[in-house]
Structure formats: structure tokens, C-alpha cells
Design a protein around this ligand. Structure first.
Ligand SMILES: Nc1nc2c(ncn2[C@@H]2O[C@H](COP(=O)(O)OP(=O)(O)OP(=O)(O)O)[C@@H](O)[C@H]2O)c(=O)[nH]1
Ligand SMILES: [Mg+2]
Length: 169
């Protein structure tokens, strides 16, 4: 069993619009990921944990549906970093990112945030750089495919890097 001091535990929240691929993203990590879902949609949370770069990273996924606002905030509370997952093939949902960011930051504070331009494997997926422009996002946008796992580890490592920089860890 690996021993670590409490300050090496880091909570990261994976959020985003409905159906963006948040649960699929969380499933790529750890040995026994949990998903509390009904008929394929998250009604509770996703959870997993994994040692990454000597940190014990706790990854929490929120529901996406707007009527689970309170659950989103419950799940996100106290996270040290945010991963905003969007469906790159569904630009109609990009407008939700701003509201969702505000909602999550209200319970986490001004912590590092990156966007995952997910479903890059789909034909017609919009490129990460284009999505960055469309959303008017200042931070890092990383292309991912949560089904294949492409870019998912890179995304966690990036947000971890930003958290460590901010906290001077
Ligand atoms: N092609 C493709 N499909 C994906 C990808 N990520 C997720 N999906 C599919 O998109 C659908 C929704 O994925 P979920 O992971 O359940 O999405 P979610 O964001 O957790 O959805 P809610 O919890 O309902 O908000 C599922 O059918 C996934 O298999 C991806 O990268 N590529
Ligand atoms: Mg889900």
C-alpha cells in the first residue's frame, strides 16, 4: 500500500453540459470507477481515484442536466481544479459553458480550469482551437476522445500542473 501525506490528495471535478462525455472520461481512470446513473444519464456522481505524478488524485464527475444544479455544486465543492468537458460535435451546447463555469466556481473559487474538446473521434468534430475561439476561453483546450482515452491522461496532468503551480507544490 502506498503511503502519502494528506496534502498530496487532490480533488479534480469533471463537469460540462449534458451528454458531453464526463462519465466516460472519469471511467478511464482508476481500478473501480463508480457511476451513479439512471438510463445512461448521471443523476448522482462519477468517482474514481488514481496515483498520478505522485499525487493521489480524486476525480469527481458531475451530472450534466440543468435540473441537477444542486447536485453539480455538491459534487464540485472544494475541488482544486476543474475539467470542463464539451461535445465537439455539438456546438449548440457550447453556450452552456459560461453559466456552468460560474456555477462550479461558486463552490470551488478561482481554481485552474481547462476545457476538453471531447468526441474528437467523431466525423464533423470541431477542432480544439476553433472551440477555444467559439467559447472565448482564455485557458488551455485539449482535444480528447473519452471512449478511446486519447488525451484524457494529458488533461489530468495539465490541470494537475496548473494546480501545483498555483499552490506552489
Ligand atoms: N464517439 C464518442 N462518443 C463518446 C465520447 N465520450 C462519450 N461518448 C458517448 O456519449 C454518450 C454520453 O456519454 P457520457 O459519458 O454518459 O456523458 P455525460 O457527460 O456523463 O452525460 P450526463 O451525465 O448525462 O450529463 C455515451 O453514449 C458515450 O459513449 C467520445 O469521446 N467519443
Ligand atoms: Mg454522466
Amino acid at each position: 500500500m502506498q503511503h502519502h501525506s494528506p496534502e498530496q490528495d487532490i480533488k479534480i471535478v469533471v463537469t460540462g453540459p449534458y451528454n458531453a462525455g464526463k462519465s466516460e472520461f472519469v471511467q478511464r481512470f482508476g481500478d473501480k470507477p463508480i457511476n451513479v446513473a439512471v438510463n445512461g444519464t448521471t443523476v448522482g456522481m462519477d468517482f474514481t481515484h488514481e496515483m498520478i505524478d505522485d499525487f493521489h488524485v480524486h476525480i469527481f464527475g458531475t451530472p450534466g442536466q440543468d435540473h441537477f444544479k444542486d447536485v453539480q455544486q455538491c459534487v464540485a465543492k472544494g475541488a482544486a481544479g476543474i475539467i470542463m468537458v464539451v461535445d465537439s460535435s455539438d456546438p449548440a451546447t457550447f453556450g452552456q459553458v459560461e453559466t456552468l463555469t460560474k456555477r462550479i466556481k461558486a463552490v470551488c473559487g478561482r481554481v485552474p480550469i481547462i476545457i476538453c474538446a471531447n468526441k474528437q473521434d467523431k466525423t464533423g468534430a470541431i477542432a480544439p482551437e476553433k472551440i477555444k475561439q467559439m467559447i472565448g476561453f482564455k485557458g488551455k483546450v485539449i482535444g480528447t476522445s473519452a471512449v478511446s482515452g486519447a488525451g484524457t491522461k494529458t488533461s489530468i496532468v495539465e490541470v494537475l500542473k496548473q494546480i501545483r503551480k498555483e499552490k506552489g507544490m
